[in-house]
Design a protein around this ligand. Sequence first.
Ligand SMILES: Cc1cc2nc3c(=O)[nH]c(=O)nc-3n(C[C@H](O)[C@H](O)[C@H](O)COP(=O)(O)O)c2cc1C
Length: 201
Amino acid sequence: MKPLQTIGMKKGWIYEVIVSTYRGNKPHSAPIGVWTDDFVNLKMEIYSGSGTLRSIMELKDFAVNLIADVSVFYNSLFDEANVEYRDSLNINAPVVRSAPAIIEARLKKVENKGNRFRLESEPVNVEAHEPIKLINRAEAIVIESLILATRLPNLPGSRAQEALRENYRVVRKTAPGSQYEGIMEKLVEALHGPASGESPC
Ligand SMILES: Cc1cc2nc3c(=O)[nH]c(=O)nc-3n(C[C@H](O)[C@H](O)[C@H](O)COP(=O)(O)O)c2cc1C
């Protein structure tokens, strides 16, 4: 089994992780979505202007910290003094000390997509200290959508319907082919007739 398969990733699904890099000589991190299409390469899209993007382009090495504790996501964005790091033994990047699992990766290919860059990397080492819980947005979005659907009769105007369509778009993007996509499709169809398959991004 390929390493990205052993940690439970599904093809095309987007997982929310903490990417850590050195910025100057200081460890730094940011939440990013990652996916694989082949269990060999790891992909992500990062918006131009991101410091993490600059660090990865410059140093090539970065760590993907698989963390289910959402307070680390908050700290990474808004309270970085509370994120503890250690040096990786395998790559030129810091890793988050509390991460139950880590993918240490090296940049292979960069594609400029206008306002963002698509990066393709190869895992150099995969380490799991505890059972891994990958974070994918689809399950929580379906629960929110079901709640929204029960409240539709009490909500005026089309904003709730628009929110459901947007949720469907995000689920198709983050968990393609999943039961979550199937549920969202039925929900949107039942409420407004057949939905379009188009997605803005
Ligand atoms: C759960 C989550 C996922 C995110 N995924 C991405 C992503 O895939 N690409 C991206 O460019 N920004 C993403 N962001 C936003 C970046 O984390 C955010 O812009 C951050 O401030 C970038 O920091 P940097 O400039 O230090 O790189 C995400 C944020 C969250 C909370």
